[in-house]
Ligand binder design. Structure first.
Ligand code: ADP
Length: 492
């Protein structure tokens, strides 16, 4: 059974129970007021017109009527009349007896100056014997009987019961009240049903639709959560789950793309030197290198190619290990300035030979950082190596500058070489990316140097980026978190 049908059934049963309780309480209230169990069954069956009086009042009225029919003279007896009046008073009713225009008897509770005038005139056919009257202030239901005394005078007996005018109004408007009440109940029921189904069924349907879309592989169907209730929370959690799923699927696809790209790049990068080596080896085998000088040249080329192949495989191996987070880091507390100064010192000799001026610009105070010495050295080497590779000026210069902020130390490796085109900047840290500046011969390289540097810096919790102006040189920056070395060697 669907939730909608269940809700409809529960609402209908609540409505039925409400109506039943309403009828029951009306019944009980009527009994409580009238004290008569049967009075409810007579309720509103033109009650006042046909039975303006209760059964006991009616019984007394019938007795008086039978006396009026058989022996009207008896009605002249004040004793008999007050005896009947007493009985009527016991049940909160009263009587009025008249002979022509003379009042023979009137119950004390009915002594009103205008009552006589308000009572209807003689109507000997007794066609209309039950009705209501209003004497101005008070409202009565009555049963009357017109008869003839032995002296041919007309007489009337009235048994009256006072009713509240409000009750009369209610009596008249009763069907309208009931109708309006039922209409309000039905309307409220319908409104509540709509409201609840809207706030529950609609989001549930959306959730179902979204789940079905996800099942069929479409992760774009957004579930809009409304409200803070449980359903709203469920929608929000579902939406979060969808977004996470979408993200991980996208990541998966990206990984897949990366993997394919990596494979094709590796095969391409390996094929080029291998083809060259193969060509030279075949040349030697076929006797093309027929002089010792030529043979030496061939062997030299093969050696260079094998060396670069070896380096490529090394870098590839390191990159894939870093990418798979399989290289352990051994962090140490180090003063960044002295670490960099040592690293630059080692390179000075080589760079001097190539006519490159290498300069370190450091702040005066020590700068404690937590680093893996070997890996950070690799980063510095890769960056300086690039500065050397892409150098196109006569006055060659590479500067390593350190600045510090509250939390971080920033290292800049700046060269005055070829620089990087703006559109290439976002890609240079991608694996196997090699910028090919137009009309420039691309120096040897694997396209892994900066990708490895990025992996290592991120492994240190830092950030790496590049700034460059084409033809003016380029700066690669990276950050390292500063630490405060404590006495026991731990960092705070
Ligand atoms: P590789 O240098 O082996 O090509 P890298 O990952 O080290 O690979 O660098 C990627 C690309 O970024 C290079 O191909 C080059 O186009 C550009 N690049 C990196 N460093 C510099 C630099 N200092 N000056 C100019 N271009 C650079």
């Amino acid at each position: 059974m669907s939730v909608r049908v269940r809700l409809l059934l529960s609402f209908t049963s609540v409505l039925m129970v409400t109506i039943m309780l309403f009828v029951l309480s009306a019944y009980l209230v009527t009994i409580a007021i009238t004290g008569d169990v049967r009075s409810f069954s007579d309720f509103y069956k033109n009650h006042y017109k046909l039975h303006p009086l209760s059964a006991s009042e009616e019984r007394i009225f019938l007795e008086l009527k039978s006396i009026a029919k058989t022996d009207p003279a008896k009605l002249m007896s004040a004793e008999l009349l007050s005896d009947y009046d007493f009985q009527l008073r016991m049940i909160q009713a009263g009587m009025y007896v008249r002979k022509e225009s003379k009042q023979l008897y009137v119950s004390p509770s009915l002594r009103e100056p205008h009552l006589g005038a308000a009572l209807p005139g003689y109507e000997m056919g007794n066609n209309q014997i039950r009705n209501t009257i209003n004497d101005g202030n008070r409202f009565f239901a009555y049963a009357k009987f017109d008869f003839t005394f032995s002296d041919q005078d007309r007489g009337s007996i009235y048994v009256l019961r006072e009713r509240s005018p409000f009750a009369e109004m209610i009596r008249k408007l009763f069907p309208i009240f009931i109708g309006v009440l039922l209409a309000v109940l039905l309307f409220t029921n319908w409104l509540l049903f709509r409201l609840i189904t809207r706030s529950i069924i609609k989001p549930l349907n959306e959730l179902r639709q979204s789940a079905e879309q996800i099942k069929s592989g479409d992760l774009h169907y957004e579930v809009k959560a409304q409200g803070q209730d449980e359903i709203g929370q469920l929608c929000r959690s579902f939406e979060e789950m969808r977004l996470q799923l979408k993200q991980s699927v996208q990541l998966q696809l990206q990984y897949e793309d990366n993997r394919k790209e990596l494979l094709s790049s590796i095969s391409h990068d390996l094929r080029t030197p291998i083809t060259t080596i193969k060509g030279y080896v075949e040349g030697i085998r076929d006797g093309v290198a027929d002089t010792p000088v030529k043979l030496n040249q061939y062997l030299e080329t093969i050696h260079t190619r094998v060396t670069s192949l070896d380096r490529l495989v090394d870098e590839l191996f390191l990159y894939s290990k870093l990418d798979l987070r399989k290289v352990p880091y051994s962090f140490e507390h180090v003063d960044l300035q002295s670490f960099l100064a040592d690293a630059l010192e080692e390179l000075h000799f080589d760079l001097d030979l190539q006519g490159i001026q290498l300069e370190g610009v450091f702040p005066h105070s020590p700068l404690p950082v937590l680093i893996d010495r070997e890996k950070l050295k690799r980063v510095i080497l890769n960056l300086i190596d690039n500065g050397v590779k892409y150098m196109d000026k006569d006055a060659k210069q590479i500067i390593v500058r350190v600045t510090e902020s509250d939390e971080y130390a920033t290292v800049e490796v700046r060269d005055n070489g070829a620089g990087i085109l703006q559109e290439q900047l976002p890609h240079i840290f991608d694996q196997f990316y090699r910028g090919l500046p137009p009309h420039h011969k691309q120096p040897e390289g694997s396209g892994l140097g900066l990708a490895i540097a990025k992996q290592i810096i991120e492994g240190h919790g830092g950030r790496i980026w590049a700034e460059s102006e084409w033809k003016q040189g380029c700066s690669i920056y990276f950050t390292l978190k500063k630490t405060i070395e404590t006495a026991d060697g731990g960092d705070a």
